[in-house]
Unconditional design. Structure first.
Length: 736
């Protein structure tokens, strides 16, 4: 039997026959091409190609479940057409504005095989063709150069490992100047294109022969070190010596080389120098201004006038207590009283201390004109359910408008309300906090509610922690546990752990359980069994995906997020007849899967059943896949806040399975049941406040699986990684 010579090919040379589908936004294309006498289907993110063009496609064969064998192209090299027919078909394909088949035919008749050179180098000669004057000749030549340069740029970028979807963005932004601009300074991509980081730009630069000590490279490396510190560790600044050390290590150059370039960036105000508690702090300018503005706005709110007398407030609080059959502690009463009289107040406390009841009391006292908000969709939904009032995510409250990083509500268009109450404040980073404060008109009351003992925000800064530590912002810390919460071991154990005491395990008729397993692999198998069979039965037909959430302190390991997600997907949502799925990288996304969006995408459109539409899906949003279209490679997700979003294939990089979440990703959420492996790992991850954060996500039940000694490690390890921030100092300077 004769073997197909193309079966093991990593590249094929083909002639384009027809484009069946093309998404102009991201370049995803389905086309028919001819290899010898055989017609094949080529799919991938590609430049616009005309029928008749000869192209070398890099890639591999895939088997589509509906359309069969296809060539999945990862990059391509376009050969200039050399035959008269090929040139004519290319020019007349519609890719070049103002040129159709008739004009293309006339050009080829006049210039023959020199046609492309004439368009590129000698456009004035186009006027020799009947019907083409000087103006039209210039327009045709410009369109040809733009289109050809954009295609060349895309091929050029892909040859340096730039993913196709980013190559489309770059060629669109820079147009005909793409190659020239990138060759001059590849590091400009970092500032100009979302999704291009230092590592990608550096790989292109070094491949182009840009020296390791290039000023462009050294400056980009310094900014990269600060960006990594912000994104990975939450720092808004680094001490000067630490910045130089980290940048030198990343760039593989000496610190002496970097000192001059740091001075250049300081002079240009791209990096700001500040004395913070005796440290020579280096900040990227956006972080400098964000924390500066936060302190100024909080100072203005704090100076807002008090309203209402103490006696009137006390009377209303007593009425609320009588109507709801409760008795506030002195601290809880003070929280309500100060909240309705001050312009700014922070209320913090652990589980069971009555934060929600206090919010309800504040709402009853203030009446209309109060907006409720939280950082995530789940937290906002929970706030709505607990108060009976509408709560929005901060992004929706501030009316995100589609342009990256911009909100419709700001100083010029403030929120029309008397008071804003924000829950889960520990999750709010410096940029979101600044955006909220910008949108508050003078005289608006702001009440910030959160648990100071939880993990800090995923984004940069330590807003809640710095506000509390400053001592200049009024705050009330709740410590008394409501009577109905005293019976819950979840609440009791959370407070025990927070005080460095071991949790109580397996008490009869409790809501807190421990199952002993000796290895991560054994723990993972037990967790799958718990989620698939035992807990749904115990919890009276609970939905394993919606009512039970597995949380892991680690991403990698035998009981890490990645491993558990694969195992739980196989157990809870296996493949089946008619159940559509799509593979992206190492992940299979299937109808019915629980998924999480993992990066802010300000342009991603959404719609609601009501007909409302908007843009913006954010890191931490959780939903379920409702539809997979294998032909167009579209995945539809319905999120917990009832928004529906369609993802094209390239956007699947922004989504991951969510049967198991990292503890950091679970912040702001609450689940009926939390299951967590306690199997050891890096000490920097196995911390008391991470353990505390995980347990306080559970509403009805906690199940720990692993070894008692690892629980003890969590409780003992009270290390909290300090964040370098300027907000604490700025608050003390602003509010004296």
């Amino acid at each position: 039997m004769r073997r197909d010579p193309l079966a093991d090919a990593t590249q094929i040379e083909a002639i384009v026959e027809d484009t069946i589908f093309r998404n102009e936004e991201n370049g995803y294309t389905v086309m028919e091409a001819r290899v010898g006498r055989e017609s094949i289907t080529v799919v991938g993110t590609l430049p616009a190609l005309a029928a008749g063009e000869q192209v070398i496609f890099q890639g591999t064969w895939i088997e589509h479940p509906q359309y069969g064998k296809q060539w999945k192209a990862t990059a391509c090299e376009i050969k200039k057409p050399t035959t008269l027919l090929g040139i004519e078909r290319y020019l007349g394909s519609g890719l070049i504005r103002g040129m159709g088949p008739a004009t293309a035919k006339l050009l080829v008749q006049e210039f023959g095989k020199r046609t492309l050179d004439i368009l590129s180098e000698h456009p004035d000669q186009l006027t020799r063709v009947p019907g083409i004057g000087r103006k039209r000749a210039a327009q045709l030549a410009e369109s040809f150069r733009e289109q050809y340069a954009a295609r060349e740029a895309m091929v050029f970028l892909q040859s340096y490992g730039v993913p196709p979807n980013l190559a489309v963005k770059i060629s669109k932004l820079y147009g005909a100047d793409a190659q020239r601009k990138i060759r001059e300074n590849p590091y400009r991509l970092i500032d100009d294109i979302e999704g291009v980081g230092f590592v990608t730009a550096d790989r292109i630069a070094l491949s182009l022969g840009i020296p390791q000590d290039s000023p462009f490279r050294l400056q980009a490396g310094l900014k990269y070190a600060l960006q990594e510190a912000a994104g990975g560790e939450g720092h808004t600044f680094l001490p000067k010596e630490m910045l130089l050390e980290r940048a030198a290590r990343a760039l593989r150059v000496s610190g002496e080389l970097l000192t001059h370039q740091l001075d250049v960036l300081l002079f240009a105000r791209e990096i700001i120098s500040l004395d913070v508690a005796g440290q020579h702090a280096m900040l990227l300018s956006p972080y400098f201004y964000a924390e500066k503005e936060i302190a100024r706005y909080l100072g203005l709110l704090l100076r807002g006038k008090k309203t209402g007398g103490d006696s009137a407030v006390e009377k209303k609080i007593r009425t609320f207590e009588r109507d709801h059959h409760i008795q506030f502690s002195e601290n809880q009463r003070r929280a309500v009283s100060e909240a309705v009289q001050r312009g700014l107040l922070v209320i913090t406390g652990g589980p069971g201390t009555g934060k929600t009841t206090i919010i309800n009391c504040i709402l009853s006292l203030l009446g209309k004109g109060v907006f409720l908000a939280a950082p995530t969709g789940r937290a906002a939904k929970r706030m709505s359910e607990a108060t009976g009032h509408e709560a929005k995510t901060l992004h929706r409250l501030l009316e995100f408008g589609g342009e990256e990083g911009r909100f419709q509500r700001d100083e010029q268009n403030p929120l029309d309300c008397d008071c804003v109450i924000v829950d889960e404040m520990s999750m709010v980073d410096v940029f979101l906090m600044r955006s909220l404060l910008r949108a508050l008109k003078p005289g608006t009351r702001l009440i910030l509610v959160g648990d100071a003992d939880q993990l800090p925000s995923v984004g940069a800064g330590n807003v809640l922690g710095d506000i509390l530590k400053s001592g200049v912002i009024p705050s009330v810390r709740l410590t008394d546990i409501f009577r109905q919460s005293e019976e819950s071991l979840i609440v009791l154990n959370a407070h025990r752990i927070n005080h460095g005491e071991a949790p109580i395990l397996n008490k009869k008729d409790s809501d807190f359980f421990f199952e002993r397993k000796f290895t991560p692999e054994q723990a993972a198998e037990a967790i799958v069994g718990l989620c698939q069979r035992r807990l749904p039965a115990f919890l009276h037909s609970a939905d394993p995906a919606r009512d039970i959430q597995v949380l892991s302190p680690t991403k990698k390991s035998g009981a890490g997020v990645h491993q558990l997600n694969g195992m739980l997907q196989a157990a809870l949502n296996p493949p089946g007849p008619g159940k559509q799925e799509i593979t992206y990288g190492d992940t299979v996304f299937r109808v019915g899967d629980k998924v999480m969006h993992i990066k802010n995408n300000y342009q991603l459109p959404w719609r609601e059943d009501s007909g409302a539409e908007g843009e913006g899906v954010f890191n931490g949003d959780v939903g379920f896949i409702t539809q997979v279209d294998p032909q167009d490679r579209i995945v539809t997700v319905r999120f917990d806040d009832e928004r529906t979003v369609e993802y094209d294939y390239q956007q699947l990089e922004e989504m991951e399975l969510a049967y198991c979440l990292s503890v950091h990703k679970s912040q702001g959420s609450e689940f009926p049941c939390v299951v967590m492996p306690v199997v050891g790992g890096p000490p920097r991850l196995l911390t008391r406040n991470l353990f505390y954060t995980a347990l306080t996500r559970a509403k009805k039940m906690v199940v720990l699986v692993g070894k008692e000694e690892h629980i003890a490690e969590f409780v003992r390890n009270n290390h909290i990684a300090a964040r370098y921030t300027t907000l604490l100092q700025r608050l003390r300077e602003e509010i004296r």
